[in-house]
Design a protein. Structure first.
Length: 291
């Protein structure tokens, strides 16, 4: 700081003026805003941790995204309060005069303690040749993030973080997917829900209950011999006429007992889900019981 003084003799008092010359160091450190931070509501206040400018440089905090109140915009370690849920980005700018201006930013994530847990939509059924579909998960409250993963079967996601991601390459049978939501530092932050996409084969074209059978009393039981369904199709035996007891109606090779004299007619029904003919295919067989 230099002062210039003029002495005007008997014409008046001394007059003085000043001039300042600021010498900024070329090697002063650039702006460094400090590490990113994460909190869970109701916490909305934190302390920042930027580097101290080398005088005569000055630093200034400002919001680039989000909202809040900065206690002292020139303090590298100021507090900031009333941060909004989501991502708050603050910039720390150091003005080093003629040597230049540098900027760095910090991200402060505020997670919502009341954010909903993971929820998936209803299970789905499709018939080949379809081998893809769109999944349905709920949208997490940002900055919480959701992720799809395969826990059974097969599938490739278009975007594993998209609640409505397309999944391709589904295998015949049950394909089970889990939607996991990560809510950061909040209590019980990890939640998940599952959905199943079942793919039936359109190659299942007929039901086969097996050949008719004959027995002679006192033998009153026999093992059935229907074709085994191609999973995930299921089969069910039904007694249409006659008497008898099925040990396991869903087993194509189940035993039927308690048969009486005469004929017993049985129906073998295949349920092939959403495939043609409503997926229902049937065949009958007869058991002749002689005395």
């Amino acid at each position: 700081i230099f002062s210039s003084t003029v002495d005007n003799g008997p014409c008046g008092a001394l007059t003085t003026d000043h001039v300042s010359i600021f010498l900024s160091p070329l090697t002063a450190p650039s702006a460094a805003a400090g590490p990113d931070q994460s909190y869970c509501s109701p916490t909305s206040t934190t302390t920042l941790d930027a580097n101290m400018p080398t005088a005569p440089a000055i630093g200034v905090w400002a919001f680039a995204q989000g909202t809040g109140t900065i206690t002292d915009v020139n303090d590298p370690a100021t507090t900031v309060s009333d941060l909004s849920i989501g991502e708050n980005i603050l910039t720390w700018t150091i003005d080093n005069g003629v040597c230049g201006i540098t900027t760095d930013s910090i991200s402060i994530l505020i997670y919502d303690a009341d954010a909903p847990a993971a929820v998936t939509g209803p299970d789905q059924q499709h018939c080949t040749p379809q081998d893809s579909t769109f999944l349905t998960g709920n949208t997490p409250t940002f900055p919480a993030q959701g992720t799809w993963s395969v826990i059974n079967g097969a599938g490739v996601f278009g975007d594993a973080n998209d609640p409505s991601s397309k999944v391709v390459g589904l295998s015949i049978g049950m394909n089970t997917f889990v939607w996991t939501v990560d809510n950061g530092p909040c209590a019980d932050a990890i939640s998940n829900d599952t959905m199943t996409v079942t793919i039936f084969s359109d190659s299942t074209s007929a039901a086969n209950a097996g050949e008719d059978l004959s027995i002679c009393l006192p033998v009153n039981s026999v093992q059935l011999n229907a074709d085994i369904p191609q999973l995930p199709a299921t089969g069910t035996w039904t007694i249409l006429s006659g008497i008898g007891t099925l040990t396991d109606p869903s087993d194509p090779h189940t035993e039927i007992t308690g048969l009486g004299s005469g004929e017993a007619t049985l129906l073998w029904t295949l349920d092939n889900g959403p495939c043609p003919n409503n997926g229902i295919l049937t065949d009958t067989m007869t058991i002749s019981v002689f005395e």
